[in-house]
Design a protein around this ligand. Sequence first.
Ligand code: 7TS
Length: 412
Amino acid sequence: MSQQTEPLDVEGLREDFPILQREFDGTQLVYLDNAATTQSPRQVVETITDYYYEYNANVHRGIHQLSQEASVAYEDAHDRVAEFVGADGREELVFTKGTTESMNLVAYAWGLEELGPGDEVVLTEMEHHSSLVTWQQICKRTGAECKYIPITDDGYLDMEAAEDMITDDTEMVSAVHVSNTLGTVNPVSDLADLAHDHDAYMFVDAAQSVPNRPVDVKEIDADFLAFSGHKMCGPTGIGALYGKEHILEEMEPYLYGGEMILKVTYEDATWNELPWKYEAGTPPISQGIAFAEACDYLDEIGLENIRRHEAELAEYAYEQLTQYDDVEVYGPPADDRGGLVAFNLEDVHAHDLSSILNDSAVAIRAGDHCTQPLHDVLGATASARASFYLYNTKDEVDRLVEAVDDARQLFA
Ligand code: 7TS
């Protein structure tokens, strides 16, 4: 994992992303919806076309040449993505549809089996619905209880409350690493220590961290960690679940079918080795191979460089937006956040704001960002959110702020 700290050659990088050249009525697109999904560079898109033009075949099945080539590339992609997050290898890295499916896999395969009345799952108030709703519903089905670590007024996790809430009744702590609404970077390693002190597992939702900073599953000591390819320059339809090998060995499969079995009789079946035990059916082959290419692309740039670039843009955006008294930005201070700012302009609904920004070709997200209960805590029904990535510039932040100012004047 690269630790260099060089400024990004953003103009050079932008050439890899043809979509960024799009214009609407002669105005160039400013794409600031990267927490929802990122754009893919040519290198990733060409990996997909190469696959379909050169070696499209089903994997693990055929002994013909095409199938062998596809199988090797698909299997190696697991090692590449595993390496990207510091896992030991493919045995610890299951390909899924994305973070949501990774979360559901563990909730169904482990949670339904292991949880029961008296058990507790500890989440945070800033969980994305993919974790919140999943654990909430699994708790309802098993009789276990969900608890939520509160946030402080400035958008951090209340770690004193966390220490009280994580007890011997806790079976799972599941926390978002970087909040997709507040931009808070949570101390997931400290939470993992607390969980392990009480023999609970630690699940890290790394959907908003793996794409933009060095993340090492061993350093965090996560038992599970989930992320999505489409938020890190890769295609949609592919993501990953990291799990400690001994836990993945012990768990029962989540989906049954072909590919995931070793021996089948009319009476019973045994399971394939890791990670295939959790990948029933024909997998997303081209997406998996392109996911690995996205990891190469990001490593080439350097994750620490990307983290710093995003933090600079977020700090700049925060400062520019808060110069207006009627703009409220949520979450921690300007200089201590991930690469996004969620905000509201007084008396203007976030959807209206987003629509006005769209007229200036500035793409942001408006809504609850799949964190409805968190918005209740913030006292807002919705918010506007600008989220940055490696190809965004300060000029684009200026375009955002100008468009927000236009909206202020329109609604004044
Ligand atoms: N966890 C976090 C923290 C997220 O931000 C998201 C998606 C997910 C999980 C789910 O990822 P998926 O790939 O399975 O959908 N977040 C957003 C967002 O902020 N806007 O659109 C999707």
